[in-house]
Structures are given as C-alpha cells and as structure tokens.
Design a protein. Structure first.
Length: 359
C-alpha cells in the first residue's frame, strides 16, 4: 500500500530510459532505394561486434523501482501531506485530486476515483487514513482490470503482429523486446522490416534480429512496406514460424497518406489470411501523456487497433496515464515497458501495477 505514514521520502533519482538503438554501429549493406529493383532479403542471424550497443540482458527491472518517478510525485507527496492527520476531510480529497492529475491519471478517471471515495466517506465506510489507502487501491485496480487482457498468439500460425506508432515511442526497440519475450516462451519468431521510410529503421531491426537470433525479412529503403510484410508472412508460413512481428513507419496521426499505407498493409495481409494481422499493436510513450491518447484514438479510428504497449513508464512522473487509457480507450494494454533491459517489456498486470505505484 502507499506506506503514507511509514515510508520516508526517497532521495534517489531514476535515470531516464534510452529506448532507441543507434544505427551507427551497424555495418549492414543497403539495398537500392528503387523499390522495383529490390530483391527480397531474409537476413540471417550474425555475430554482433563488441561495440554494438545492445541493452542489458539482466533480469527484469523491479516494478516498484521502475515507477519511482511517479511514486515520488504522487504517493510520497501524499505521505508528507497526510503525516499526522487523524481524520479525512475535504482538504485530503482536494490534495489527492491534485496528485492524481499531476500523475496524468486524467480528468475522467480522477473524477471517478474522487467521487467513489467521497461516497464511501459519506457512508462512513472510510474514516481514517488506512481505510482511505485500502479503498483507493481497490478503486484503481477496478479501473485498470478491464485492460488486463494478455495477448494469445496461439490462435493462428503464423500469428501476425503489426506494430504501429509514431517515431520516438520506442517502437523498433519494443519489437526486439517482444521477440525476446516470445522466444522465452519457446516460440519461433520472424521479423519484417516494414518501416522502409526511415533510412536507419531496417538496420535497427536487423540488429534486433541478430541479438535474438531470429531471421529478418527486408527490402531496401523506399520499398513498398505492404510487399515486404506480405513476403515475410509467406516466408514464415513456409518455414512453420509461430509468430511474425512486422515493423511499420513511424507516422503522425495527421499524415493521411501514411495512415492509408497502414490500411493497405492490412488489406494485402488479408489476401493471405482473412484474419491477418491478428494483432495490431500500437506502441505508446507514457511520457507523451494526454497527447498520446489523441494519437492512439486517431490510429484506432483509421485502422482499428487491438492492443497497446505502453513504454518508458520508468522515465516519467506521469505513469498514471494507464488510468486515463483505461477510462478513455476501449483497448487492452498488452505490455508495459519499465526499463531499457531486454527483459523490461512485460505483460501488463493491473493489481501488480497498482501495488507497485502505491507501495
């Protein structure tokens, strides 16, 4: 629980996470930029040089520590405010409301929390700090619980995951971590370099393929993304691969032509399997806050999303964005990113998240 009274304010700071991988260390050959002259390349795993900036392979980050920035601004601040208080009054709820909004919980979710607490106070089921703590945790878990829907990749083979999102959200890095996650489950994985718009994107994905020892299907910069991903799915089918994860160009929600490109990819995949892609996963940077919600909604309206991966929760004091997501978007949160290590993209667990936030 919060540890409002018992826990002292921590003085340590948590460094921001570097979610991108520099392409400068790669030495892979470029294909011609003319899409019509590009031959399909299935990159074989290769040994990485010692200078390659691969992320830590250590165990997964402790969730309590990963959420330290949000906890400092929310839970620790409430601890200071409530220290010595023996009763619950309007000032407590006012302060709690301010803390929730500061953590980017959002107006709607914050209103839901405060109203429910106020109702319990009026019924005298909350009359002290301990009861407030317990009820707050209960309400927050109830809000997040509908988002906790793990991704089931056993419904198709190959199971096609189309990964979308704007540049800077940690999309390509998340793909590499997803590949590692599925490999740990005993699944075979193939990557498709569908981001042919950004010059370094193919090389970054190839690096991740090397790190995970999985094949990467790619063409050259400027090639047709739908063609690359189509070829990758056919290759995965012939090789009996369990999961194919397809990268796409980082695109702003205002760029209608790029949204149409995504729609084209989905139409082309439908020619192989009417249900493909089986998951359209958007990678969202928690640090973007409420602006990211608008972007996600635009993607959803344009192409139909089926899940979210919320990254960089360790690098922001606005980890409450998950509550705003739950209250605003009717989409499951499949994964959360809580560190830069390869194990730090983990399936979302609502109770675990709230307990870590309020610890």
């Amino acid at each position: 629980m919060f540890g409002f009274i018992k826990r002292k304010r921590k003085n340590e700071t948590v460094p921001a996470t570097a979610e991108t991988i520099s392409p400068e260390t790669t030495n892979l050959a470029q294909s011609p930029s003319d899409a019509s002259s590009v031959a399909l390349k299935e990159e074989k795993p290769a040994e990485l040089s010692q200078s390659d900036p691969s992320p830590s392979n250590s165990g997964p980050a402790d969730l309590n520590q990963a959420l330290e920035k949000t906890k400092r601004s929310f839970s620790d601040g409430m601890a200071d405010f409530l220290l010595g208080k023996k009763s619950i009054d309007s000032s407590v709820l006012d302060e709690l409301e301010t803390r929730l909004l500061s953590a980017d919980v959002g107006i709607d979710a914050t209103t839901t929390i405060i109203d429910e607490l106020q109702n319990n106070i009026s019924r005298k089921t909350i009359n002290d700090v301990d009861a407030l703590q317990a009820k707050l945790a209960e309400i927050m878990k109830t809000i997040l619980q509908p988002c906790e829907l793990p991704l089931d990749t056993g419904t198709a083979k190959p199971f096609v995951i189309l990964v979308v999102g704007i540049n800077g959200a940690g999309k390509t890095t998340s793909i590499g971590k997803l590949a590692h996650h599925f490999i740990q489950q005993g699944k075979s994985v193939m990557l498709a370099a569908g981001d042919t718009f950004r010059a370094a994107a193919v090389e970054q994905l190839q690096q991740w393929g090397q790190r995970n020892n999985v094949p990467v299907v790619s063409q050259g910069t400027g090639a047709d993304p739908a063609s690359v991903i189509f070829d990758a799915v056919q290759s995965a089918s012939s090789k009996n691969i369990d999961i194919i994860i397809a990268d796409t160009a980082g695109r702003l929600h205002t760029q209608d032509n790029l949204m149409e490109e995504l729609a084209k990819i989905k139409r082309v995949l439908g020619k192989i399997d009417a249900n493909a892609p089986h998951e359209t996963l958007i990678v969202m940077d928690a640090g973007f806050g409420q602006n990211a919600l608008h972007q996600v909604q635009q993607f959803h309206d344009s192409i139909g999303l089926t899940g979210l991966a919320v990254t960089k929760l360790d690098g922001t004091a606005k980890g409450g964005i998950l509550f705003s997501i739950a209250n605003t978007l009717n989409l499951p949160v499949r994964f959360i990113g809580v560190g830069e290590g390869i194990n730090d993209l983990r399936p979302f667990n609502a109770a675990e998240f709230v307990d870590a936030l309020l610890e």
